[in-house]
Ligand binder design. Structure first.
Ligand SMILES: Cc1cc2nc3c(=O)[nH]c(=O)nc-3n(C[C@H](O)[C@H](O)[C@H](O)COP(=O)(O)OP(=O)(O)OC[C@H]3O[C@@H](n4cnc5c(N)ncnc54)[C@H](O)[C@@H]3O)c2cc1C
Ligand SMILES: *[C@@H]1O[C@H](CO)[C@@H](O)[C@H](O)[C@H]1NC(C)=O
Ligand SMILES: *[C@@H]1O[C@H](CO)[C@@H](O)[C@H](O)[C@H]1NC(C)=O
Ligand SMILES: *[C@@H]1O[C@H](CO)[C@@H](O)[C@H](O)[C@H]1NC(C)=O
Ligand SMILES: *[C@@H]1O[C@H](CO)[C@@H](O)[C@H](O)[C@H]1NC(C)=O
Ligand SMILES: *[C@@H]1O[C@H](CO)[C@@H](O)[C@H](O)[C@H]1NC(C)=O
Length: 496
């Protein structure tokens, strides 16, 4: 290996240093790999978020769990830290290790999906993206809860939660998982379940990347809904005080517990003048035809008429999945080429302690004023997780490593450079920090809000509590036991 590796990791790891040539050990195992200087290295090591550029020690392409085990062993022999890349959509390029020098295990050659129609289960390899999973399951009349963008990888997504429009009725992407096939830090291949390895299985469901490389997940699937429709209501150029009261009334409606086939999010973005914002509700309904709008009606009754509204789609479930996806297609063949340059933060609001009207208005005032002048493209998205009738919050906070089950709303506060390319403007960091502060500074200091591990924030203070809350202590002790040499280490990984 290069001197680079020696400098960074020989001292970081407390194992006797064994020199072995990484390239030759991978080649002799028949595993393809890309190294610095190779023609394809630049493309292979490019992050989705171009705010980050990292130089992995190598990017390696296994085709089996045995290959993954061999790669981990080669990493150990060369004192390298090892990381998996699924769809590569980590907000902070953690699929590249979140720093220089990691050995990257790219899962893109492991894309099988095996459906057992007799018992309605599926085994999904972690090189698949959400679009691949949705299309394959739908062809068998089945579905899973997961996020909207087709290009996101199921590996990272289901490791940290995985929220989408069917989550209120089916849970997070990690919830239907009943077994996880993985390779541990010592290279051992395991099939973990709640019964076989309660600690490992618990930790993998919400914090997997700190503990193992997941090669496939075994899931219980759901019958694809026979009717699905997307709803879109937009209020353009809303005065900030009105926008704050709309957000508050949406919270009130959410707390009343719309039926579980109902899903929705708000997106607030720049208005055409200082003091105004654009306010859009996008919802979905997976129940009886004709019940979508009546379910939303109690909120529409307290809202002014929208500037525009539409029902999107023709009732087909898979069509609704495509409508909600960006790009508007479930074909992921060009996914590796897509990029952005952005920073994002999140807030998960506790269902038992909802936002005050003052906090809602403080946010919309900030968006309408500072947001109008921001030199970024930004949005503030409010995702409906909870409320009575949500499957997400039916599970206890300590039942899996995913700690923030009792969330009503997950806010995603997101800003990108105007042309989508680097550099991300320096002012864009404080802009989003103050968006968060506009809410939190108007809530009591004891407000137990959280942050979402799939919207990872490399600038976040106190992330242990915000991401993992009361589960962090148990995660640390499992980490200490499973990865004592610190093989799976990246920004915001569980500390030993
Ligand atoms: C455009 C876009 C849209 C999004 N939409 C949603 C959404 O609707 N809902 C939602 O909940 N989230 C959403 N996300 C966030 C997304 O869920 C996370 O970024 C997710 O972690 C990405 O997973 P990945 O496999 O694509 O990323 P990667 O960068 O490959 O991986 C992310 C993390 O998981 C680890 N990892 C990946 N695969 C494995 C594996 N097999 N074993 C162990 N660790 C692994 C990586 O090491 C890294 O730490 C979105 C992100 C983007 C960029
Ligand atoms: C909803 O409407 C807004 C504003 O008209 C538009 O920008 C957005 O693309 C629409 N979304 C869907 C899913 O149709
Ligand atoms: C809150 O919801 C109730 C019904 O659940 C409704 O009667 C009331 O008008 C709502 N208030 C606001 C401020 O939206
Ligand atoms: C719905 O529209 C899509 C194209 O957008 C089409 O492929 C599908 O067959 C249609 N389904 C129904 C039930 O009309
Ligand atoms: C997906 O898109 C690619 C080109 O972008 C095309 O070659 C391929 O045929 C498409 N796949 C399907 C199933 O439509
Ligand atoms: C690898 O680690 C696991 C979990 O700690 C342990 O059960 C197993 O025995 C270890 N295997 C080897 C070969 O040390």
């Amino acid at each position: 290996m290069t001197c680079f590796t020696l400098i960074f990791f020989a001292t970081a790891l407390s194992l006797p240093f064994v020199f072995a040539d990484l390239r030759s050990s991978l080649t002799s195992a028949g595993i393809s790999a890309v190294f610095p200087g190779d023609e394809s290295y630049t493309a292979a090591s490019r992050a989705y978020n171009l705010r980050f550029t990292f130089e992995p020690a190598a990017v390696v392409y296994p085709t089996s769990p045995e290959d993954v085990s061999s790669i981990i062993t080669a990493g150990l022999d060369n004192n390298l830290q090892v990381v998996a890349r699924g769809g590569g959509h980590s907000y902070v390029a953690n699929g590249l290790g979140g720093k220089d020098g990691s050995l990257v295990i790219d899962m893109s050659s492991m894309k099988s999906i095996t459906i057992d129609s007799g018992v309605n289960t599926a085994i999904i390899e972690t090189g698949n993206r959400l679009g691949d999973v949705a299309l394959a399951l739908n062809a068998a009349g089945r579905a899973l809860p997961h996020g909207t963008c087709a290009n996101v990888g199921i590996g990272g997504h289901s490791a940290f939660g995985g929220y989408g429009f069917t989550s209120r009725q089916w849970g997070l992407a990690l919830d239907p998982i009943f077994a996880i096939n993985a390779v541990l830090a010592n290279g051992t291949i395991v099939r973990t379940t709640e019964d076989s390895d309660p600690d490992i299985f618990w930790a993998l469901k919400g914090a997997a990347p700190s503990f193992a490389i997941t090669t496939s997940i075994e899931v219980n699937t759901f019958a694809a809904p026979t009717y699905a429709i997307v709803m879109n209501y937009s209020w353009s150029d809303v005065d900030y005080k009105a926008a704050g009261s709309y957000l508050y009334s949406f919270q009130n409606f959410s707390l009343s517990g719309p039926a579980s086939p109902f899903a929705g999010e708000l997106v607030l973005s720049r208005g055409s003048q200082e003091g105004l914002v654009s306010f859009v509700f996008t919802g979905a309904w997976y129940g009886d035809e004709g019940s979508a709008i009546p379910t939303l009606q109690p909120w529409l009754d307290v809202m002014p008429p929208p500037s525009s509204s539409s029902l999107v789609g023709n009732g087909s479930y898979i069509d609704s999945v495509a409508e909600l996806s960006l790009p508007n297609s479930l074909n992921t063949s060009d996914a590796a080429a897509s990029t952005s340059t952005f920073y994002a933060k999140s807030i998960m609001t506790p269902e038992g302690d909802p936002m005050t009207l003052e906090a809602c208005i403080a946010l919309t005032e900030y968006l309408a004023n500072q947001g109008f002048f921001s030199n970024t493209n930004w949005f503030a998205e409010v995702e409906l997780y909870g409320g009575p009738n949500s499957k997400i919050s039916e599970i206890a906070n300590d039942a899996t490593a995913f700690s923030r089950r009792d969330t009503l709303f997950t806010f995603q506060l997101h800003a990108s450079s105007i042309n989508g390319l680097p550099p991300y403007p320096e002012e864009g960091f404080a802009f989003l920090d103050n968006m968060v502060n506009s809410i939190t500074s108007n809530m009591p200091p004891t407000w137990n809000y959280g942050a979402y591990t799939n919207y990872l924030d490399d600038e976040l203070q106190n992330w242990e509590k915000l991401y993992f809350d009361d589960n962090y202590a148990r995660l640390r002790s499992i980490k200490d036991h499973l990865d004592p040499r610190g093989i799976f280490v990246f920004p915001t990984s569980i500390e030993e």
